[in-house]
Structure formats: C-alpha cells, structure tokens
Design a protein around this ligand. Structure first.
Ligand SMILES: Cc1ncc(COP(=O)(O)O)c(C=O)c1O
Length: 307
C-alpha cells in the first residue's frame, strides 16, 4: 500500500494541529509503524517522552497489574505505588527536598511550582512581593501561569492578557540578572538547557548568580527539568552539571514511560507553609502512572544506564 493511505486530512482535532497527520499504529524499540505497515525510525520520542523505546513488556505488565488491582482513587487517599515512588524520589535526590507533588504534565508541574513560589512569598515576605522572573526564549508550558512565563509572541499573543507580574530577563546574562532580580520577586523559573528555545546551555556563572541572588532576595528558584531531568543530559538532574541549587525541580516527559505523570519536588520551607486543599489535582500521581514510573526510575537511575 502507498504511504498516502496512512495520512489523515479531515481529522476531528482542533486546527491548532497540523492539517495533515501521519497515523501511527504500532511501536517497538526505536521503530514506529503506520497502518499500512510502513516503518519509520523515531527521532521524536513522543516529544522527549519515550526514553526507553516502544513496546516495553515490563512496563506494560506493571500497568496491567496495577490497573486490575487499583486504577484510581484520587488524592483523597494515598496509594502504595505513589508512596513508594515519592519516597524513592526523595531518597535519591541530591537536593534536600521534603515532598513531591504529582501532576499530569510538565505544564501542570510548573504551574504548581509558580503557585508555590507566590504562596511562599506571601507567607514569608508579605503582600506585593509577588513578581515572577523568567528568561527570553524560555518554554514552560501553555496554561495561563506557565504561558505567562513563556515569552513568545506566537504562544502568548492570541491569549492576552496573561497572569500579571512577570518579568523577562536575557538568559545567561549575569549583569542583567543582578539588575532585575530584587526583593519584589517571589520566584524565578529557568531551564538548565533551553530546549524549545534552541538548546542554549546555562553557564556555571549564571547558575551561581541565580543561587546567590535568589537566596539574597528570598525568591524561590525553580529549575524546569521537564526536558533535561531524568538522566537526559548525563547527570540525573542537569542542575548538578552547572551547579544550580534549585528550591524546586519540575519533572515530566519520560517519568512514567509514556503515561502522563509529572512532579514538582519541593523543599520543607514551602511544604511547611501549605494548608490542606490549597492546591491539588484529580488524576496526578495515580497508582498506574506511579507504578510504571517506579519501574522507569529503577532503570534510568542506575549509574551504568546513565553511563
Ligand atoms: C522545558 C519544558 N517545560 C515544560 C514543558 C511542558 O510540558 P507538557 O507539554 O508536558 O505540559 C515542556 C514541553 O515541551 C518543556 O520542554
């Protein structure tokens, strides 16, 4: 059969997606296959998600077992896989995190982190010190808060006005950071390597300046490691390779081997300020995604795997 037959034109998805899409029906290892049987080597990885490849029976077995045992109870209850994963993430962390907030996408993890920064500032510095700082060419997601910290006319333009109180500084510019970052800021959100922004790497000098200035002004330093975390750059957390000392790290993408799961790792100084019900999500950290993520974590946290 011809390749044409695997293309769908009048699809029922919104027009924000390509008008013509290739239909993918199977995946194994690094290979994808369309319904005509044509094979493709996959260089997209589901936008940096399928770090361990397609068709993993170990992950599938885990998901099946957990789905039949307990599929979902919401965050009104704790489940064994979520407890195990969160404890493991905290135990393995080189940074002193105190709790893990689970959500469903990178955007939602960042949204939570930004909210935590605002809450922290309100409760430690008082009202009005609520500004958020992000950097030129950053990408942190598409909800109103995360989008407000994604300074791109293409992404922001059609949805104005956004969340107020966001400043944008040039990336890797220590002098500009020193000028901009004051006590008015609740938080700073930054990628260690700007992914969507064109693979710009944070310099160790910029990391040092971020550490020092955030500490000095009581601003929460958020490392968006949605794309760089989980061994993707050679270190488990890319923050480590440049000496960044974040208060919060956000993770997503490959965390649950292709299922939707994200996390914001938060410190005691924020966790201790939170009251019941102030933030939450119905699906975040469900037992199926966290059970699979535990398997993924086991594999990708092994030093031999990282090597
Ligand atoms: C650095 C970074 N942050 C956040 C996101 C948003 O993640 P999601 O698409 O899972 O909401 C992305 C997605 O590409 C990203 O690269």
């Amino acid at each position: 059969m011809k390749r044409q037959q695997a293309l769908v034109k009048d699809h029922p998805f919104p027009k924000q997606y390509a008008s013509e899409m290739l239909v993918i029906s199977r995946g194994r290892g690094v290979w994808l296959q369309d319904p005509t049987g044509r094979k493709y080597i996959d260089f997209a990885g589901g936008i940096a998600v399928n770090a361990l490849g397609y068709g993993r029976r170990d992950l599938a077995r885990t998901a099946f077992r957990q789905m039949t045992r307990l599929s979902h109870v919401s965050n009104l209850f704790a489940t064994e896989p979520a407890l195990q994963l969160a404890n493991r993430m905290l135990a393995d962390s080189p940074f002193p995190f105190a709790a893990v907030f689970f959500a469903n996408s990178g955007t939602e993890a960042n949204e939570a982190a930004l909210k935590y920064a605002r809450l922290h500032s309100l409760r430690t510095k008082g009202t009005g010190k609520d500004r958020l700082l992000c950097f030129a060419n950053a990408f942190h997601g598409r909800t109103m808060g995360a989008l407000s910290c994604t300074p791109s006319a293409k992404y922001q333009g059609p949805f104005l006005p956004l969340v107020p109180g966001v400043s944008v500084a040039p990336y890797n510019d220590v002098a500009a950071l020193e000028q901009t970052l004051t006590g008015e800021f609740a938080g700073v959100i930054v990628e260690v390597i700007q992914g969507e922004g064109g693979l710009a790497e944070m310099t160790p000098e910029f990391a040092r300046a971020l550490n020092t200035l955030c500490r000095k002004h009581g601003a929460v330093l958020i490392a968006d490691e949605v794309q760089t975390g989980l061994s993707r750059t050679g270190e488990f957390y890319a923050s480590r390779s440049v000496g960044l000392e974040p208060d919060i790290i956000t993770l997503a993408k490959p965390l649950a081997g292709g299922l939707p799961l994200s996390a914001a790792l938060i410190p005691a100084k924020i966790n201790d300020l939170l009251n019941v019900g102030e933030h939450g999500t119905t699906f975040g950290g469900g037992p199926v995604t966290t059970a699979v993520a535990l398997k993924v974590w086991d594999i990708i946290s092994k030093p031999a795997f990282i090597d």
